[in-house]
Design a binder for this molecule. Structure first.
Ligand SMILES: NC(=O)c1ccc[n+]([C@@H]2O[C@H](COP(=O)([O-])OP(=O)(O)OC[C@H]3O[C@@H](n4cnc5c(N)ncnc54)[C@H](O)[C@@H]3O)[C@@H](O)[C@H]2O)c1
Length: 460
């Protein structure tokens, strides 16, 4: 139920394992497109996977919910956006699906929640089903999804783990059977209680959001002290206890999951009288950061932005997706426009979505059209095609040779050679590095550190 990023990818992959899958969505245009062979989202490899499984008769699409009556398992993969006003996950789509399918479900069906839902949602789904179908033995399982847009098929087929949350032995076996092709490939299957499974998803996303925010704040410190955040991150990430992933400084996290999931987790904690002060801070720091990136651009233009032309490359929240939900590029552009700048933008896949959010941007056919006559070029998303821009050509066509690289995809020396003014994130340029060194106290007091008392290896 729900043929979006998660539903369509999961459906196509489960069909590819050999199951018979029907993706149902209430969006008739989406289903009509899928039936014609058009894929409504940008996800590498998905078109071929869908086409292959449709051809072999394992994958179908429907707006009607009648096929639910035949299903052994019904996966719910509808959206759970932030509820307007209080930040709680909006569960109206989930409960709508449950009420719709309840009368049709077979007596032994398993309802599997793949959508990210707060702790206790499974209990409420079970209550609705018991009320509508007191005769049936329908089990409700939590099976959160961890795929990343842009690498969704690889993630679904090679997950780090499969989390199955249920206390019912029969339902657990059914889900394990559906995923058998995966754990034969060594993906661990983690069987836990339903509430635990629901919380694992939120805790994992909040932790990853924390890692990103941590390195972003370290990046700010690097700029003040004349250090390089990329080297700091590498030095940290080589430590196996820390790991290198999610340590890339940038304009703040965005996307369809981290912002809404951290907010919903805080709401759950608040409702239960628990404190999550770290996550609270992460959420607040990240919110401020997105607009703060606009100040970086203003500084690169020496404070004068009114009437200037700014080229923005990348509108999606990350590369290889067309998803612009909570993309840092959106508040950045809004802030620049509020200050009187004209924005020309290009994104390989996200312009259609962005157009609805930012109607007064000039959308361009490629990076060079966007850069033509611009006073500054801002790299907001690290699409592959922005990693090797023709700097000579850019220098020729831009009004001023200035680049603000919010994803740190270029080297300062390369930009210097190409005679660009270059501003990145958390990487002190030569100028600010020199200033920071000069500002340092000349005579550092020499103190001898006391011998380190270590009680156990873990203490390190
Ligand atoms: N996008 C991701 O990367 C990702 C990763 C992991 C988990 N999740 C979670 O998975 C869930 C789905 O996310 P998404 O990004 O796929 O959402 P999405 O908005 O792309 O897709 C949701 C789909 O559900 C359909 N829908 C809504 N109500 C329906 C109904 N009553 N019957 C049938 N279809 C209905 C919508 O038309 C839409 O096509 C969310 O809870 C999200 O947090 C998303």
């Amino acid at each position: 139920m729900g043929a979006g990023y998660v539903g369509l990818v999961s459906g196509a992959c489960l069909a590819d394992f050999g199951h018979h899958v029907i993706c149902i969505d209430k969006d008739a245009r989406r289903i009509a497109a899928l039936k014609r062979g058009d894929i409504p989202i940008f996800e590498p490899g998905l078109a071929d996977l869908v086409a292959g499984n449709v051809r072999q008769g394992r994958l179908e699409f429907s707006v009607q919910i009648s096929p639910v009556a035949e299903a052994e398992a019904v996966f719910i993969a509808v959206g759970t956006p932030s509820r307007r006003g209080d930040g709680h996950a909006d569960l109206s789509f989930v409960y709508e699906v449950v009420r719709e399918i309840a009368p049709l479900l077979s007596e032994t069906a398993v309802v599997v929640t793949k959508s990210t839902v707060p702790v206790g949602t499974g209990d409420e789904i079970e209550r609705i089903l018991r009320e509508k179908r007191p005769d049936a033995d329908i089990q409700v399982v939590s099976n959160p999804e961890f795929l990343r847009e842009g690498a969704a098929i690889q993630d679904f087929k090679h997950p780090d783990r499969i989390v199955v949350g249920t206390e019912d032995e029969g339902a657990r076996e059914k889900i394990a059977d559906i995923y058998r092709p995966l754990y034969l490939n060594a993906a661990p299957i983690l069987c836990v209680s339903r509430r635990t499974a629901e919380l694992i998803k939120y805790a994992a996303n909040a932790f990853l959001a924390t890692k990103i925010t941590f390195i972003n704040e370290i990046a700010d410190l690097c700029e003040s002290v004349g250090a390089d955040v990329q080297h700091v991150a590498r030095g940290m990430g080589l430590d196996n206890r820390i790991g290198a992933k999610f340590l890339h400084a940038g304009p703040g996290f965005g996307g369809s999951c981290f912002p809404k999931d951290t907010t919903a987790l805080l709401k759950t904690a608040h409702d239960h009288g628990a404190q999550l002060r770290i996550v609270e801070t992460v959420s607040a720091v990240n919110d401020q950061r997105k607009r703060a990136m606009a100040r970086k651009v203003v500084a690169a233009l020496d404070g004068s932005i009114r009437g200037r032309t700014i080229a923005v490359l990348g509108l999606t929240f990350k590369p290889n997706t067309d998803d612009t939900r909570e993309s840092p590029a959106i508040p950045l552009i809004t802030a620049l426009q509020d200050m009187g700048a004209k924005v020309c933008a290009y994104d390989p896949a996200g312009m259609e979505q962005a157009r609805q959010l930012l109607p007064s941007v000039t959308y361009c056919d490629d990076a060079y059209v966007a850069a033509e006559g611009a006073d500054v070029l801002v790299i907001a998303t690290e699409w592959e095609q922005f990693r090797a821009l023709d700097l000579k050509r850019l220098r020729r066509i831009m009004a001023r040779p200035t680049i603000v690289d919010l994803r740190n995809i270029y080297r300062a020396e390369e930009m210097k050679r190409a005679k660009f003014r270059y501003v990145a994130v958390g990487r002190a340029d030569l100028e600010s590095g020199r200033r920071a060194r000069e500002a340092r106290p000349r005579q550092m007091p020499i103190t001898r550190a006391p011998a380190l008392q270590v009680e156990s290896a873990e203490a390190l």
